[in-house]
Design a protein around this ligand. Structure first.
Ligand SMILES: C[S@@+](CC[C@H](N)C(=O)[O-])C[C@H]1O[C@@H](n2cnc3c(N)ncnc32)[C@H](O)[C@@H]1O
Length: 305
């Protein structure tokens, strides 16, 4: 892979991390040293499918092919659709499955012609609860040849699959210092006892209790939030109603004032008109006097009111 392609892969990876940091688990693809450490942990003398979980842009896949695994033996399980498209382009002879690696039995149902020779995982296991990690290993061991390796890298100091789960052996590599950040490779194999890895009952109960408490806390936060947003919505509605009422009253008052203005203007006009027609007053005056004295006479040119 040249420098430009590597840069492009880093950009793709960063985008995937920004979309879903919990699933991506890292902001950059694994470096060649870590990919090689993962690939060389498998047993080359075993035949059969080699399953890779979370191949991303394919650095570990590339290392597996370089180590000597024929591409047609590879079964790649990836969740991110963009990575799936890229893997199909880069490894056309491999089987690329878009699916959930944590539901391994369902995802691989009907895909393996025979038990797998190895499972190589770059899944960010530490982002998942312990019981899910144990179940993943148990499911993988059930799909593999007896004693075949489940290879997993981690940035942590402890085994990502708790060893108390039993039923498997665990081997730890030296730190791969040339990777950023430095990582280690764990190799798990069925221990031959026939025991399926499972968390001790008390630990399972503890996890269930913690999960239940989390669920309750989340529900509490959600209820509080709903109550608060309801209250804010009610306050806003009440304020809106008040403003609407004030506006209506104000506009009524304005309308009344305009009507009063209009009336005053008409009265003023009448008064002006009366002032400019004094003969109306004279005629009215005469009419009054005539009524009181009984004189019926009227001068020509005078208007009757
Ligand atoms: C830490 S990255 C490793 C990528 C690559 N193997 C590398 O070493 O650079 C984890 C990968 O696991 C994939 N992944 C996360 N959850 C998954 C799931 N439930 N099923 C399948 N793939 C998953 C992510 O999309 C991502 O490609």
């Amino acid at each position: 892979m040249n420098f430009g392609e590597r840069l492009q892969d880093e950009a793709r990876f960063l985008r995937s991390w920004l979309d879903n940091p919990r699933a991506a688990g890292a902001i950059a693809p694994s470096g060649p040293a870590l990919a090689k450490a993962m690939a060389t942990a498998i047993d080359l003398d075993r035949d059969g499918p080699v399953v890779e979980l979370g191949p991303g842009t394919g650095p570990v896949t590339e290392a597996l092919v370089a180590y000597g695994v024929d591409e047609s033996r590879l079964v790649l399980v990836e969740f991110d659709p963009d990575f799936v498209a890229l893997l199909r382009e880069r490894f056309p002879r491999a089987t690329v499955i878009r699916g959930d690696a944590y539901a391994l039995r369902t995802t691989l149902a009907g895909e393996l012609a025979r038990p797998a020779a190895a499972v190589v995982s770059s899944l960010p296991l530490l982002n998942r609860p312990e019981d899910e990690r144990v179940r993943l290993l148990a499911d993988a061991l059930a799909l593999m040849q007896p004693g075949a390796p489940f290879v997993q890298f981690t940035y942590g100091l402890l085994s990502p699959v708790p060893r108390e789960a039993g039923g498997f052996t665990a081997e730890l590599s030296a730190p791969v210092w040339r990777n950023i950040p430095p990582a280690r490779v764990w190799t798990y194999r069925a221990d031959g006892s026939g025991r399926v890895p499972a968390l001790p009952a008390w630990r399972g109960d503890l996890i269930d209790r913690v999960r239940e408490e989390w669920r309750e806390a989340a529900a509490r936060v959600r209820n509080e939030w709903t109550e608060r947003t309801d209250k804010v919505r009610d306050d806003l509605r009440r304020t809106g109603d008040r403003v609407r009422r004030d506006l209506a009253e104000h506009s009524l008052r304005m309308r009344r004032e305009v009507r009063l203005d209009e009336t005053l203007r008409v009265l003023r006009r009448i008064a002006e008109h009366m002032e400019s027609s004094p003969d109306i007053h004279i005629a009215a005056d005469r009419d009054l006097r005539r009524k009181s004295t009984g004189d019926p006479g009227r001068r020509s040119g005078e208007r009757r009111l």
